[in-house]
Design a protein around this ligand. Structure first.
Ligand SMILES: Cc1cc2nc3c(=O)[nH]c(=O)nc-3n(C[C@H](O)[C@H](O)[C@H](O)COP(=O)(O)OP(=O)(O)OC[C@H]3O[C@@H](n4cnc5c(N)ncnc54)[C@H](O)[C@@H]3O)c2cc1C
Length: 295
């Protein structure tokens, strides 16, 4: 079967091409998910619409309200972004463990989110930062919270002619830190067995406040761990407190058995990583001091 390869020069052209070609057309950014799926299933789209010429979608911007990352921003850009040091460092930590160097040079943030794998490594930290995504299609533009955009494994709210243009999040206020941990059988080129991200702030009284925890690869989609977050609020992270938070996190997991790990090992790892991520975030706030941790 012949696949048509289209190269729109503008966002409007990309949307118009997708609308004209219908559901048989697919957008491509880095191609590191799409091409693998095409090879694996043998199912080819009727048309591939390349987004790479839409250069404006490849920028990282920030203003007083927060950050905006274009959907074509690569994982390499994120892992080497100086603005993501200090409190935002879990963004770099999430990006730098995706695939190997060659993958990160071309694979994009938008592709990671639109592909909606339960193990997509950028999702947990962006859930912690309460990110929204912007979609532009033939019916106009809309913003959706990332938590609602991803509905399940490989399932999103995106209509076939909608391009994800950017991902925005407000910077948490005050003294905060973030951390990300990825569990796998080896350190590189590994799909996560469990991924855990956390953001923690310190109150004037020296307790945890605005605690945010999200896990990936331990259920049909990455989710925030609301019960563990609520339990940690207002507390100091003692051993007993962290252990209880780990139990609450593990109870929220709904992992599966697969070739990479058993469900019971994944659940165990969720508990361990929830504890460690909070401890790591807390240590970062305590060590860095107010100005640097909140940078
Ligand atoms: C060797 C290897 C290792 C990997 N390791 C990891 C890993 O450790 N962690 C991890 O999370 N992922 C990993 N991946 C998966 C992949 O690299 C990432 O998910 C990547 O971010 C996908 O981005 P992409 O630009 O290549 O997406 P593409 O393959 O171009 O697209 C993926 C999907 O999203 C759609 N899409 C892409 N961009 C847009 C857009 N702007 N608007 C609308 N739809 C869009 C496409 O139509 C397609 O359905 C790995 C892949 C490979 C090949």
């Amino acid at each position: 079967m012949k696949v048509e390869f289209l190269e729109p020069q503008s966002l409007q052209d990309a949307v118009a091409m997708a609308k004209a070609k219908g559901v048989g057309a697919r957008f491509v950014a880095g191609g590191t998910d799409l091409v693998i799926q095409m090879r694996k299933t043998g199912v080819l789209p009727e048309a591939i619409i390349n987004l790479q010429r839409l250069r404006a979608l490849g920028e990282i911007k920030h203003d007083a309200d927060g950050f905006s990352l274009g959907a074509l921003v690569t994982h390499r850009q994120i892992e080497s972004e100086d603005r993501f040091l200090g409190g935002l460092q879990a963004l770099r930590e999430s990006a730098c463990v995706i695939g190997g160097h060659q993958v990160r040079n071309v694979a994009t943030l938008g592709g990671n989110l639109c592909n909606a794998s339960p193990a997509a490594d950028m999702v947990p930290i962006l859930l912690c930062f309460n990110a929204d995504v912007t979609l532009v299609g033939s019916s106009g533009s809309r913003n959706i919270p990332l938590a609602a955009f991803i509905e399940g494994p490989r399932k999103t709210q995106r209509a076939h002619d909608e391009v994800m243009t950017d991902i925005r999040f407000p910077k948490p206020a005050g003294k905060f830190a973030s951390a990300f941990l990825k569990g796998g059988r080896r350190r590189a080129m590994e799909i996560s067995i469990v991924a855990m991200a956390g953001v923690v702030s310190m109150s004037a009284g020296g307790t945890m406040t605005d605690v945010r925890l999200a896990m990936g690869a331990a259920g049909p989609k990455a989710i925030r761990l609301a019960q563990a977050e609520k339990f940690l609020e207002g507390k100091v992270p003692s051993k007993a407190v962290l252990e209880e938070a780990g139990k609450l996190a593990a109870a929220a997991a709904s992992p599966i058995d697969d070739v990479r790990a058993s469900a019971s090992f994944r659940r165990h790892l969720v508990g361990v990583y929830a504890r460690r991520v909070i401890e790591l975030g807390w240590n970062r706030i305590s060590e860095a001091g107010n100005d640097r941790s909140a940078a």
